[in-house]
Design a protein around this ligand. Structure first.
Ligand code: G1P
Length: 290
């Protein structure tokens, strides 16, 4: 039987320079889509996929993330004394089970592969998930849950993938795809951010991974790749054969919330999903003066 995926790593040390000045003081993972920070969507997705332990790889200036997942006694007391039970209930429900969250630090911005490597001692010798909170997925079944199902079926490493326009391949990890099996694509090779002319396909990785712990052996060599950074894609490419990798064409829609347009689109789409906002938002968007 495959070992279950119980831990998820959240690399959250990035500076968020694409969102300045909003992210000058505030971590980019605290940007809100409707009324919830990106990091909370990501954590909820993980918990819905059966993840029990959450590992944040943080950096300087990210203390707010830690506070967000803790009690806020003053606020809780105030809500209680004012009889705002619903708001209080929602706040308490968003708190993680005690002791299941850990924080480690990426002490230098050396790349995504390095950030994941920083979690190696907490993850240990078991398969684990990685979620990049910038990538927000709207779907019927949470994206990571779809991936866990694919892992349970194959016992292999799984990344979530989607087609992108060829001119965008230099923004993503790109697959050299093999055989197709339903919504799974066998991965023959992987290239990080290839020029459109050199990309082996237009099938790109989005920020969800299920990886075997052997990835840490490759990451520990600290080899630099695209952009002079230690890339998770390069370490995965080195693991191919003997290890199997599949791309999952997940059901759902992905928004790049590290990008202003993607972030605004996510706010509209997630806003339209809300019963209390849908009508007002639709009315506004169809106003002639817009
Ligand atoms: C990272 C990965 C890349 C992946 C992308 C998905 O890139 O390195 O392979 O396709 O996330 O969002 P980044 O967006 O951090 O540059």
């Amino acid at each position: 039987m495959n070992k279950p995926v119980k831990k998820a790593v959240f690399p959250v040390a990035g500076l968020g320079t694409r969102f300045l000045p909003a992210t000058k003081v505030m971590p980019k993972e605290m940007l809100t889509v409707v009324d919830k920070p990106l990091i909370q969507y990501a954590v909820e997705e993980a918990l819905a996929a059966g993840i029990e332990e959450i590992v944040f790889v943080t950096g300087r200036g990210k203390g707010l993330l830690e506070d967000h997942f803790d009690h806020s006694y003053e606020l809780q007391d105030l809500l209680k004394s004012r009889g705002k039970d619903e708001a209080l209930g929602a706040l308490l429900a968003s708190l993680p089970p005690e002791g299941n969250y850990s924080f480690t630090r990426q002490m230098a911005p050396l790349g995504l592969g390095h950030a994941v490597w920083c979690a190696r001692n907490i993850v240990g010798d078991e398969p684990f998930a990685v979620i990049l909170p910038d990538d927000l997925v709207q779907s019927r079944v949470p994206c990571l849950r779809q991936m866990v199902a694919a892992y349970e079926k194959t016992g292999a490493n799984v990344v979530s993938v989607m087609e992108v326009p060829r001119e965008h391949t230099s923004r993503y990890g790109i697959l050299d795809p093999g055989e197709e099996m339903g919504n799974l694509v066998e991965i023959r090779g992987l290239v990080e951010k290839p020029h459109p002319d050199q990309a082996p396909s237009t099938l790109s990785i989005i920020g969800r991974y299920i990886l075997m712990p052997e990835i840490f052996d490759h990451l520990s060599r600290k080899e630099k790749g695209a952009g002079g950074e230690i890339q998770i894609t390069d370490a995965m490419a080195k693991m191919l054969r003997p290890q199997n990798f599949y791309g999952l064409r997940f059901e759902g829609r992905r928004f790049d919330c590290g990008d202003k347009l993607g972030f605004l689109q996510a706010n509209i789409v997630f806003g339209l999903e809300r019963d209390d906002l849908r009508e007002g938002l639709l009315n506004f968007m169809t106003e002639k003066t817009l």
